[in-house]
Design a protein around this ligand. Structure first.
Ligand code: ADP
Length: 250
C-alpha cells in the first residue's frame, strides 16, 4: 500500500544558512500514529512545516517528499495541503477570524463545500475538540488551552487524512491532555506527532522517531526507543517514569 507519507533525504536550510534538516528519511503508513521526539532545536517543527509545503520558500527539493503518493512540489502543494492538517506550535499563529465559528469554517469554505456540509463539519469539529458552545467567542479572548482547542477544531473541520501535530498538549491542563489523547485515538487518520509529552507518546504512538540536529537518530517501536536510557540521555531526553509500570504495545 502507498504510505501516507514518504520522506527521502529531506534537507532544509533557513535563509540565514542554518541547516535545520540534514538528510531526513522516514515513512508513515496509512492509519499509523508516529511520534517525533528530540531536544529543542532538533528540527521537529521545521520538518512538519516542510511536510505540508507551508511556504513556497520552504518547499523541499522536488520529489523528496511524497504525500499519499504525490510528490510535493510547487504545482502539487495546494492539493496536498487539502489532505494534510497542521496544528501549529503557537496557537496565535493560526487565527485569522473574529469569531471561533468563522475560524473553524474558514478551511471548509476555502474548499468550496456546500453550506450543509460546512455546518456539519464545524459542529462535529467543535464537539470533538470539546468546545461545542464556543462558536460566538472571540479567539483572542480565550485562554491558551482554549485557543489550542479552537486550532484543533479548525484543523479537524477540514477532514485531513494526515494530521501533523506540533506540541499539541502545551498549555493544556491534565484533563485537556487526556481529552486530546482520546480525540486523537479515535480519529481514522494518519498522525505524525512532534512532542516532549512522552506520556502521550507511550499512550498513542506505537512507533517513535528520534530527531537531533536535523538527522534521524533512531526510528523504532516506542517502548524500545524510550527504554533506551543511554540513547535518550545522549539526545537531551529522559526515559519516562510511565514506562516502569507499562507494558509495550501489543
Ligand atoms: P524543534 O521543533 O525540534 O525545537 P526547530 O525545527 O524549531 O526545532 O528548529 C531547528 C533548527 O532551526 C534550530 O537550530 C533553530 O534554531 C533553527 N531555526 C528555526 N526557525 C528558524 C528561522 N526562522 N531562522 C533560522 N533558523 C531557524
Amino acid at each position: 500500500m502507498t504510505p501516507s507519507l514518504d520522506v527521502r533525504n529531506l534537507c532544509y536550510a533557513y535563509p540565514d544558512g542554518r541547516v535545520a534538516l540534514d538528510g531526513v528519511s522516514l515513512s508513515v503508513a496509512e492509519g499509523e500514529r508516529v511520534a517525533l521526539i528530540g531536544p529543542n532545536g532538533a528540527g521537529k517543527s521545521t520538518l512538519l512545516q516542510c511536510l505540508n509545503g507551508l511556504l513556497p520558500a520552504r518547499l523541499p527539493r522536488e520529489a523528496a517528499v511524497r504525500v499519499f503518493g504525490t510528490p510535493l512540489g510547487e504545482t502539487t502543494a495546494d492539493g496536498i495541503r487539502r489532505s494534510v492538517g497542521l496544528l501549529f506550535q503557537d496557537p496565535d499563529d493560526q487565527f485569522l477570524c473574529p469569531t471561533v465559528r468563522e475560524e473553524v469554517r474558514f478551511g471548509p469554505e476555502q474548499f468550496g463545500w456546500e453550506e450543509a456540509r460546512i455546518e456539519e463539519a464545524v459542529a462535529d469539529a467543535l464537539a470533538r475538540a470539546g468546545i461545542p458552545d464556543f462558536g460566538p467567542r472571540e479567539p483572542h479572548h480565550l485562554s491558551r488551552g482554549e485557543k489550542r482547542r479552537v486550532c484543533l477544531a479548525a484543523v479537524l473541520a477540514c477532514s485531513p487524512r494526515l494530521l501533523l501535530l506540533d506540541e499539541p498538549t502545551t498549555d493544556l491542563d491534565p484533563r485537556g491532555k487526556r481529552e486530546l489523547r482520546e480525540v486523537l485515538r479515535t480519529l481514522p487518520v494518519t498522525i505524525l506527532l512532534a512532542t516532549h509529552d512522552l506520556e502521550m507518546v507511550v499512550d498513542l504512538c506505537p512507533r517513535a522517531v528520534l530527531l537531533d540536529r536535523g538527522r534521524v537518530i533512531a526510528n523504532r517501536p516506542t517502548f524500545d526507543l524510550l527504554s533506551d536510557e543511554p540513547l535518550m540521555l545522549a539526545h537531551g531526553l529522559e526515559r519516562p517514569h510511565i514506562l516502569s509500570h507499562r507494558h509495550p504495545h501489543g
